[in-house]
Design a binder for this molecule. Structure first.
Ligand code: FES
Ligand SMILES: [Fe+2]
Length: 354
């Protein structure tokens, strides 16, 4: 796909053609977008389990990885260097990694420790018997890893905006975890997330909690930030002096990082959505909740999450059916309300040559 498939000028551009939502070949073509940064875990999860297989990343891009807290935190291959068995099959607090196939053991830094019946093997153990390591980035208590370091993200700029919330002090609340299967291409989930245009039509309850007229969309390299304004008297962030948004009544920061991660910050904490691409017409949505103040969770824009999720899934499953039409191919963007969707499609268009 040439870059001009999605015109740089939103006023002229047409949306992504329907084949990207309906054809298995196009779905496979876009898989390479998942080799960059992916959310691994919040530090509170590592306090509970020093060894964490990252099953969601394996589902996203096929790479079996394990996050390990030893003398430092590392992300390494979760594949045994003997004959390829997956090593950690569940989260645990063991002091070494032992393969359940033939018993090879590894230290928590990934180095080979021991294996029986290898005394006669020549040049053994070697570097190749250690577990390969992946890049690891900690950002405000959130760990990210990647198969290969590609696009960097503006971590500092985002921290200036969100750091006052101290996400590193949040704790994982498993009662908020969800795993939804959706009959829609993952792109539709992201498209829908990236605009608040549909809120008055699809989310009547959320529309009561947000001041729709003040909704803001900001695009940047690697993502999109949307800012939902609170209704008068409703729960909002307590912004510190000197904050870039000082003086505004903000109910939620909705941050999307390319290609499939959504960090929804509310006064009660963080609701994280990770989209797993399953096939050209199905995806999974994982929810993770990280809480700072549970008492605020029943108020404002962050209180109606399950209802909003059902409404979003309903609408994108209907759009998926619409994409199969022989007479619909693509539409146009609202220049004032769909900057986020346009930005996403522009980013995608840079990944594929056509
Ligand atoms: S595959 Fe791990 S010990 Fe054989
Ligand atoms: Fe929505």
């Amino acid at each position: 796909m040439s870059e001009t498939l999605i015109d740089e000028d939103i006023r002229k551009a047409r949306t992504l053609p329907s084949r990207f939502y309906t054809e298995p070949e196009q779905f496979n073509r876009l898989k390479s977008v998942f080799s960059g940064w992916q959310f691994a875990a919040h530090r509170s999860e590592l306090e509970a389990h020093t060894i964490q297989p990252l099953e969601h990343i394996e589902a996203i891009n096929g790479e079996s990885m394990v996050l390990v807290q030893g003398d430092e935190t590392r992300c390494m291959s979760n594949v045994c260097t003997h004959r390829g068995m997956r090593l950690a099959l569940e989260a645990c607090t063991k002091k070494s990694l032992q393969c359940r196939y033939h018993g090879r053991t590894f230290n928590l830094d990934g180095s080979f420790r021991h294996m029986a019946e290898f005394e006669q093997a020549v040049d053994f153990p070697s570097e190749d018997d250690n577990l390969p390591q992946f890049p690891l980035k900690q950002w405000m208590g959130l760990f990210f890893t990647a198969q290969s370091e590609s696009m960097d993200l503006p971590w500092d700029m985002l921290e200036q905006r969100l750091g006052f919330l101290k996400p590193e002090s949040f704790t994982h609340d498993a009662s908020r975890d969800r795993d939804h299967s959706v009959d829609a291409n993952w792109l539709l989930y992201v498209d829908n997330f990236l605009e608040g245009f549909h809120i008055p039509y699809v989310h009547p309850e959320l529309n009561q909690a947000l001041d729709y007229s003040g909704y803001i969309t900001e695009t940047f390299d690697g993502g999109v930030m949307q800012i939902g304004k609170a209704m008068k008297g409703d729960v909002k962030f307590d912004l510190p002096a000197g904050h870039p948004d000082e003086g505004q009544d903000i109910a939620a920061y909705y941050l999307w990082l390319f290609p499939n991660m959504m960090f929804n910050f509310y006064p009660w904490g963080l609701s994280l959505n990770i989209i797993i691409p399953v096939s050209h017409n199905t995806c999974r949505v994982l929810y993770r909740g990280y809480v700072s103040d549970a008492e605020l969770a029943s108020q404002g824009a962050g209180s109606v999450l399950d209802t909003v999720e059902d409404q979003d899934q309903w609408v994108i499953e209907e759009v998926q059916k619409g994409m199969a039409s022989s007479v619909y191919d693509r539409g146009r963007y609202s220049p004032t309300k769909e900057q986020g969707v346009h930005h996403f499609h522009r980013m995608l268009s840079q990944f594929i040559d056509e």
